[in-house]
Write a protein that binds this ligand. Structure first.
Ligand code: SAH
Length: 476
């Protein structure tokens, strides 16, 4: 006999007491943690549980009795549905305070090593319109909201949309009216391309049947004013030229206009031929030097090259790393997880030699080109998995580093990499991280030989729970 499912609890007057993992607000009910997205510390709310797990519930706000003092009115009309800026309802100053606390908590609870006062987080002057890259998805079945007519009323005639994936749902696209993440003319481009497509009856992609003409729209802006637009089509067609002509004429400010035909199941375009329609095959980024009076660095960013998505804050991040190092001029520095070599370039003028290591060969190719572009001749790059590449032989041929700068992805460093760092024994390690939890885990291992000297969080992603953190470790 089928067991009747017990209804999930409706919790009255739940008090939100903290910010937990993934930035979700936290309450407590019957010895269980309750995660409530889009709530804020200090809220008192009736919530409906929609997911029950062994140790926690996930619940949605049904009625808000008391508003948190940290709340502000979200700017964006898509707040609450869109996965992009989940902290818009929290005052920016408090967002910063929560991030600061997240860094402290990680050191306290995960690293469990002595550490000095965490320096006040470097906030952003631009809490909106800070991203230089956005990727939008076309869908013939956009997520319907209360603005659409209901099923009983016949439903909307047209369900085409262009926007972002709903959090955790690969096939659900939220149509976006205005996005607060990227500067002009990003919104105009998205809106105009959609309008053109609707007016001309072009088909929007369907992820389930893998059919449809328009798939993705990628927009990359640069501090130089350069602007790249890539239109991704689901199949070849004579209409491609018409779409591209329209974009080129409507937005003459685009400096790099490209398109791709993607007939694969996944959205990745790095393995496809990207065709240049108009302009240059790259955009130029610049970043100031950490030393005043010195010329800025220039970086070439191709359609699939990695570049920090918030360049103004990336400068503060790199500058922190630079200042923590207190270079004397004669050092051999390893820049691990170097990407396209931006940190390597940034520090190159202040040291004797830099060795950059990076997994992706394409990134290394970009990195080498970037060095040429900046007339930097004291940086060398090696491509490979750090866990295998960094060994005694590498140190014997390249020399042991005086300083290591490391900037791993969210998963942090492989234990083997940490062990090799301990063997190499540089005077200082500067650990740049986008995930304070894995950083703290790695710091616990490094504690064998290194103590935490300085901690500086940086906010690269306002309106989200993400935080970047730079730690200076000194040899004991
Ligand atoms: N420091 C760079 C990029 C940091 S992102 C910047 O500031 O722009 C992290 C980089 O680590 C990515 O480029 C990724 O390709 C690389 N990476 C990830 N795992 C790696 C591994 N096991 N070995 C080497 N590089 C790796």
């Amino acid at each position: 006999m089928a067991r009747r499912k017990k209804p999930l609890p409706f919790i009255e007057k739940l008090e939100i007491v903290d910010v937990g993992a993934e930035g979700k607000a936290v309450g407590r009910y019957n010895e269980r943690v309750v995660f409530v997205p889009f709530a804020a510390t200090g809220d008192v709310a009736d919530v409906q549980v929609f997911k029950k797990r062994k140790n926690y519930y996930e619940a949605r706000i049904v009625h808000l009795h008391k508003k948190s003092e940290y709340r502000v009115e979200p700017e964006c009309s898509h707040f609450g549905l869109c996965g992009g800026c989940k902290w818009q309802h929290i005052d920016y100053q408090y967002q910063l305070a929560f991030k600061q606390k997240q860094v402290r908590d990680a050191l306290e609870r995960i690293a469990k090593v002595p550490y000095p006062d965490v320096m006040p987080i470097l906030g952003s002057d631009k809490p909106y319109y800070y991203r230089n890259k956005l990727e939008f998805t076309f869908s013939d079945r956009r997520w319907l909201t209360e603005l659409d007519t209901s099923k009983e009323e016949g439903g909307p005639e047209n369900t085409n949309g262009l926007g972002f994936h709903l959090p955790g749902m690969f096939d659900k696209i939220l149509d976006i009216e205005h996005c607060y993440l990227q500067k002009d003319p990003s919104n105009d481009i998205r809106v105009e391309v959609k309008k053109y497509a609707l007016e001309h009856g072009l088909s929007f992609y369907n992820v389930r049947s893998q059919e449809g003409f328009l798939r993705n729209l990628i927009i990359r802006t640069a501090v130089t004013g350069d602007l790249m637009v890539i239109v991704v089509f689901g199949h070849e067609s004579n209409e491609i030229a018409d779409v591209m002509d329209f974009v080129a004429e409507r937005f003459p400010e685009i400096t790099s206009l490209m398109y791709v035909v993607n007939e694969k199941k996944n959205d990745t375009i790095s393995d496809l031929e990207i065709k240049l329609f108009k302009g240059k095959p790259f955009i130029m980024e610049t970043m100031p030097s950490p030393v005043e009076g010195e010329p800025p660095f220039r970086f070439k960013v191709g359609p699939v090259s990695f570049y920090q998505t918030n360049p103004e804050q990336a400068f503060k991040l790199y500058k922190t790393a630079f200042e923590f190092a207190e270079f004397q001029g004669n050092e051999l520095v390893y820049d691990l997880y170097t990407g396209t070599g931006t940190i390597a370039a940034f520090i190159s003028r202040a040291v004797k030699r830099v060795i950059g290591v990076e997994y992706l060969e394409d990134a290394v190719r970009d990195a080498r080109e970037n060095m040429k572009l900046n007339a930097i001749d004291n940086v060398e790059f090696y491509s490979g998995d750090l866990a295998g590449l960094l060994d005694e032989e590498f140190f014997a041929t390249q020399g042991k580093p005086d300083i290591i700068v490391t900037d791993p992805p969210r998963a942090g460093m492989h234990q083997k990499v940490v062990r090799q760092m301990l063997i190499a024994g540089p005077q200082k390690i500067i650990y740049v991280s986008c995930n304070p939890a894995t950083q703290a885990r790695d710091i616990a291992l490094l504690n064998e030989k290194y103590e935490v000297k300085k901690v500086q969080p940086v906010d690269m992603f306002p309106q989200t729970h993400h935080v970047e953190n730079v730690v200076l470790l000194g040899k004991r």
